[in-house]
Design a protein around this ligand. Structure first.
Ligand code: ADP
Ligand code: MG
Length: 592
């Protein structure tokens, strides 16, 4: 019955494993389905394996054991001689990521259309590629190379009650899957101009991001950008007559020649400390949010296509209740009541100000060149102590050195810039390099006015600085508590972008705002499990993360999946900063 069997050798961690592959034809699959018709659901396992269809290879990697279990995982691989994807659309890393992301969207929507409204027991009849948002991310859902394009799909094997519904399964494999292949995996049948646009846009976006450094900028916001979003729960662009496109103040306007031949003109924010101010509801937070998302590339039509930020920018906020493990926050906080040592500060339940301090120090530890803060989500007492409060609460009784007195040191000693949104504290005029005022959604540079005001209305606040050198120490995690090797792979889960659970522990990521895609969270969950092997009492946290990223670079994001080399189709690449954020919030982390 088999055409032939062969054995493949797979290299994992420098060791070779052998795997037997039975290559069968699609007719074999049909026969198996006929044979198991009406049997108990468990018999579906018999279809595990690889099948040659006319136009593609089907890999049934993991078949669910129950109609209510997570759906089965399959892969569909179409040779390039059929898909005919032009090589110039994926011959660099940036283009490949953009094209795979585009195909993910095509395949996803084709799958959704096809499986709409077909439901039996449990997830019966579901065919699904991952969901996604507005960001173009490196994903494991679609792989394109010179030989083939491969899609990784979830499929709910159909059941009636708990019995196998073979006829429906046959329809899925023999009508619906070929339909998806035809529609969404053959180049000429997809929206080719949209695909080409996304690829060329990504190349432009990466170009701008690389240029930022040369131009001494930390971010760029193109004229004409649409920054506001549809709603608090939708990341799609706001579409309304009332939307005001972005327009740079002349004093900050720069132009960048792009590889596509276009020229992008807009606001370039230089390194240093930038204050975004303005009246309430005039668009300050909207601008900052676009900047914080500018670490990622956005899809055509998003409105933020040319909002580009240095890739290591970190949004900082207060996050009371978070876990902190031996972080040196003495830069901002010392002399806590009870003389709690703040150079190795730990807590199960941080306050607004201590959590914000820890967030900044951890961002520096992870390596950042830009901090982003919005007063809406900052602790007031962390940001400022004004003259009158200084009179009432003398420094001896205030453990906090506010951010206003540290931001310049952080820039001058560490080269880390800050963009801070403040509408309510003019004392900041004294410490910032420039002030941008949002006025009815349009930015105006008001640095000179702010300086004049600062000169005319001198503040009586005292600078509360002890000149400590900013020295953020690396932390080495202890292997004793970080033993995720032993946590079962199905006990590592992501819940949206809000949390992950590892074994019995919950890691709250709800306030990690630059985590944007649930597939990134899935990847982080697996990375955290995977990295346990590097936690040996010697590697510090950044070294541990570096090692994981080195492996990902070498073997692809697939490598971190416990299912490797099979079907890990639901991951998107997180930044190292979000991985770092997750470890820091894992309550079993113990630092030596
Ligand atoms: P602020 O932080 O200054 O108080 P926000 O950024 O929260 O203001 O914006 C207030 C409201 O204005 C939000 O509902 C936002 O969606 C909307 N908004 C922001 N920018 C624009 C714009 N360019 N055009 C139209 N509406 C906008
Ligand atoms: Mg605001």
């Amino acid at each position: 019955m088999y055409i032939y069997n062969y054995v493949v050798r797979v290299k994992i961690n420098k060791k070779y494993f052998e795997r037997k592959i039975d290559v069968k034809t699609s007719q074999d699959l049909r026969q198996i389905l006929k044979r198991i018709e009406g049997k108990g659901y468990g018999a579906y396992k018999d279809i595990t394996g690889q099948y040659g269809f006319d136009m593609f290879d089907l890999f049934c990697d993991h078949i669910q054991s129950d109609p209510f279990a997570p759906p089965s995982r399959i892969r569909v691989r179409v040779p390039r001689k059929f898909s005919r994807i032009p090589e110039e659309l994926f011959n660099t890393r940036v283009k490949k990521v953009a094209l795979e992301d585009h195909f993910t969207r095509e395949i996803s929507s084709a799958a959704r259309k096809i499986s709409e409204g077909r439901r039996g027991t449990g997830k019966s009849g579901l065919v699904e590629c991952i969901s996604f948002g507005q960001e173009i991310l490196a994903r494991t859902s679609v792989i394109i190379n010179k030989e083939y394009i491969e899609a990784r799909l979830s499929m709910g094997m159909p059941a009636v009650g708990r019995r196998i519904a073979s006829r429906e399964a046959e329809e899925m494999f023999f009508t619906e899957l070929p339909g998806i292949v035809e529609k969404a995996m053959i180049f000429k049948n997809i929206n080719t101009s949209r695909a080409e646009e996304q690829v060329s846009l990504s190349v432009d976006q990466e170009h701008i991001r690389r240029k930022l450094g040369d131009m001494n900028l930390v971010c760029f916001v193109a004229n004409g950008s649409i920054l506001p979003r549809e709603s608090g729960i939708s990341d799609k662009p706001l579409k309304s007559e009332a939307v005001i496109p972005f327009k740079s103040p002349k004093s900050l306007e720069v132009s960048i020649q792009l590889p596509s031949g276009k020229v992008a003109t807009g606001m370039g924010i230089p390194r240093g400390i930038t204050m975004i101010t303005g009246g309430g509801y005039h668009g300050k937070s909207t601008l900052l949010r676009a900047i914080e998302r500018g670490v990622y590339n956005h899809i055509p039509g998003d409105g933020r296509e040319y909002v580009i930020t240095v890739s290591d920018a970190v949004k900082i906020r207060a996050e009371d209740g978070r876990f902190v493990e031996k972080v040196d926050i003495s830069l901002f906080i010392d002399n806590l009541p009870g003389r709690k040592d703040t150079s190795r500060f730990s807590t199960e339940n941080a306050s607004g100000s201590t959590s914000q301090a820890a967030n900044i120090v951890e961002a520096i530890e992870a390596g950042t060149s830009l901090l982003l803060l919005d007063e809406d989500t900052c602790a007031t007492n962390f940001m400022i102590r004004d003259a009158r409060i200084q009179k009432l609460i003398r420094k001896e009784y205030e453990p906090i050195t506010p951010f206003i007195d540290r931001t310049r040191q952080i820039y001058e000693q560490k080269g880390i810039s800050t963009i801070v949104v403040i509408g309510g504290a003019g004392d900041y005029f004294d410490v910032v390099d420039r002030v941008v005022m949002m006025k009815e959604y349009i930015p105006i540079e008001v640095t000179n006015e702010a300086r004049e005001i600062a000169y005319e209305y001198r503040t009586e606040r005292q600078v509360e600085i002890k000149d400590i050198p900013i020295d953020v120490k690396d932390r080495t995690p202890s292997p004793d508590t970080f033993r995720l090797q032993y946590v079962k792979k199905d006990k590592v889960k992501a819940r949206g972008t809000d949390s992950i659970s590892v074994g019995h522990d919950e890691v709250d990521l709800g306030d990690v705002e630059q985590l944007v895609d649930r597939n990134q969270t899935s990847a982080i969950a697996l990375i955290i499990k995977y990295m346990s092997r590097f936690i040996d009492g010697r590697n510090n946290l950044t070294q541990v993360i570096d090692k994981v990223y080195d492996e990902i670079k070498e073997r692809g994001l697939d490598a971190i999946s416990p299912f490797y080399p099979l079907h890990p189709g639901d991951m998107a690449m997180p930044r190292r900063h979000e991985v770092f954020a997750a470890i820091n919030r894992y309550r079993k982390l113990k630092v030596l």
